[in-house]
Design a protein around this ligand. Structure first.
Ligand code: TXA
Ligand code: MG
Length: 363
C-alpha cells in the first residue's frame, strides 16, 4: 500500500533562490505529498485541512490512525486560525521559541479535521526554523500537516538519502536541502493540561521552557494514562528502531565503556556481530565490535544531530545487536535518552551493577 507514486526530487540551496519552491507548494495545495526539510528532521507534508491528503500521509508511512500529526505554519499569527484560544502563557512561549523546535498542543477549532488530530479535540502546532520549510508553507498558503518522513517505527530522517530510503515511490516530491541541524524532533508541550506537560522532549529543553512556564513538567518516557500521558498518543508505539535489537547502557559516565566492552566481548564470543554506538571521546577504547561515532560527549548537540543517522548506519553493517552508550539527562540529554530508550524498546542495562556482566538486568 502507498507505493504507487512517482517521486521527484527537487534540490534547493537554503541560502539560494527559493522561488523554485512554488512547484512544491502547488503539489501541497492540490492534495499531494511533499517531503521537506525542517531544522529538526525531514517532514512528510500534506495540506492539513484536506482530509484525503492527510489520510494519504498515514498510508505512505504505515502510521496508526490514532497518532495525530503536527500542523506546521509560517507565521505566529497563523496559529489563531487553527486553535480556539491562545493564552498569554502560550504567546510568551511563542514569542521566545518560534520559529523553532517547540510544538504546542492547544484546543483545536472545529474545521481542523479529525484525521489530522487523531480524533482529539486538540491540535499540535509548530512554526519551524528552516528557510526552506517557511518559504514552502508560505507559498502553499495553507497549514501543512507533517510527521517525520520515515516509515512508521523507523528512525526519523535527517538527510535526503535517509528520506529516499523510506519514501521513494510513496510521495510525490522530495525537497532536498542537505542534513538537518537539530537532528531530533521538536519538543511537544501540552498546554491544555495544568500544569503544562512536555509529552516529548526535544531541541527546546525542559529547563528553557521552565524559564517561561515554571510549573511545566516532563510526562516521562513511558507516561501512564493517569499521569496525563494518555494524551500523548505517539508514546504507545515502537519508535526509531534500527533493524537489529538495541541495548542502552546507562549509569555513571565513567562506568559505561567498561560495561559495554564486557558485553561486546561476551556477545562476540557467542558468535554475534555486535555494533557499538559510541561518543568520539570513548570510541577508540573498544577492542571488539563495529564502532560508530554518534557525536561528541562534550557537545550534546552533535550527539542529537548524529543520533538517527548513526542508528540507521548499523542496518548496512548487518549487525545482530547494537550496544549504545547512554548520556546524563539534563538539557538535551533528556531528549537523547528518550529516543535511545524508545529505539531500544526500553532494553536498558545499568553500568557498573553486578547484573551487567553478560546477564544484564532488563528494566
Ligand atoms: O520536529 C518535529 O516535530 C517533526 C518535524 C517534521 O516538524 N515532526 C514530527 O512529527 O516529529 P511526528 O508525527 O513524527 O511526531 C508528532 C508527535 C507524536 O508523538 C504525536 O503523538 C504528537 O506529536 N502529537 C501530535 N498531535 C498531538 C495532540 N493533539 N496531542 C498530543 N500529542 C500530539
Ligand atoms: Mg515521527
Amino acid at each position: 500500500m502507498g507505493q504507487d507514486r512517482k517521486t521527484r526530487v527537487l534540490r534547493v540551496n537554503p541560502e539560494g533562490d527559493l522561488s523554485r519552491l512554488e512547484e512544491a507548494a502547488a503539489v501541497l495545495r492540490t492534495g499531494g505529498l511533499v517531503v521537506f526539510p525542517t531544522e529538526t528532521v525531514y517532514g512528510l507534508g500534506a495540506h492539513a485541512l484536506d482530509q484525503q491528503a492527510v489520510q494519504a500521509v498515514f498510508t505512505a508511512k504505515g502510521r496508526p490512525g490514532d497518532n495525530p500529526l503536527i500542523v506546521h505554519i509560517a507565521s505566529p499569527r497563523q496559529v489563531d486560525s487553527l486553535v480556539r484560544e491562545v493564552t498569554p502563557a502560550a504567546w510568551r512561549l511563542i514569542g521566545r521559541f518560534w520559529p523553532g523546535p517547540l510544538t504546542l498542543v492547544l484546543r483545536r477549532r472545529p474545521h481542523v479535521p479529525d484525521v489530522t488530530t487523531g480524533g482529539l479535540d486538540t491540535v499540535a502546532v509548530r512554526m519551524p526554523a528552516h528557510p526552506v520549510a517557511l518559504a514552502l508553507i508560505k507559498a502553499a498558503g495553507v497549514p501543512v500537516a507533517a510527521p517525520s518522513a520515515n516509515l512508521s517505527g523507523r528512525p526519523s530522517p535527517t538527510s535526503p538519502e535517509d528520506v529516499l530510503a523510506d519514501m521513494e515511490g510513496r510521495v510525490d516530491l522530495v525537497v532536498a536541502a542537505g542534513p538537518t541541524e537539530v537532528g531530533l524532533e521538536s519538543t511537544v508541550l501540552d498546554l491544555t493540561q495544568d500544569p503544562p506537560a512536555v509529552l516529548r522532549p526535544g531541541g527546546v529543553t525542559l529547563e528553557m521552557i521552565r524559564e517561561e512556564a515554571p510549573d511545566a513538567r516532563w510526562a516521562g518516557d513511558r507516561p501512564s494514562a493517569r499521569a496525563g500521558g494518555g494524551r500523548s498518543p505517539g508514546t504507545r508505539y515502537q519508535h526509531y528502531a534500527p533493524r537489529a535489537p538495541l541495548v542502552v547502557v546507562e549509569g555513571p559516565e565513567a562506568a559505561i565503556p567498561e560495561t559495554i566492552a564486557r558485553l561486546a566481548r561476551d556477545y562476540t564470543r557467542q558468535g554475534l556481530r555486535v555494533g557499538i554506538m559510541a561518543a568520539r571521546e570513548t570510541a577508540s577504547g573498544y577492542p571488539q565490535g563495529l564502532v560508530r561515532v554518534v557525536g561528541n560527549r562534550q557537545d550534546l548537540r552533535s550527539v542529537a544531530r548524529g543520533l538517527f543517522g548513526c542508528l540507521r548506519s548499523f542496518d548496512a553493517l548487518e549487525v545482530d545487536l547494537i550496544l549504545a552508550e547512554g548520556y546524563a539527562s539534563p538539557g538535551l540529554g533528556l531528549a537523547i535518552m528518550n529516543r535511545l530508550r524508545q529505539a531500544a524498546g526500553f532494553r536498558v542495562v545499568r553500568a557498573g551493577e553486578p547484573g551487567a556482566n553478560g546477564q544484564e538486568r532488563e528494566r
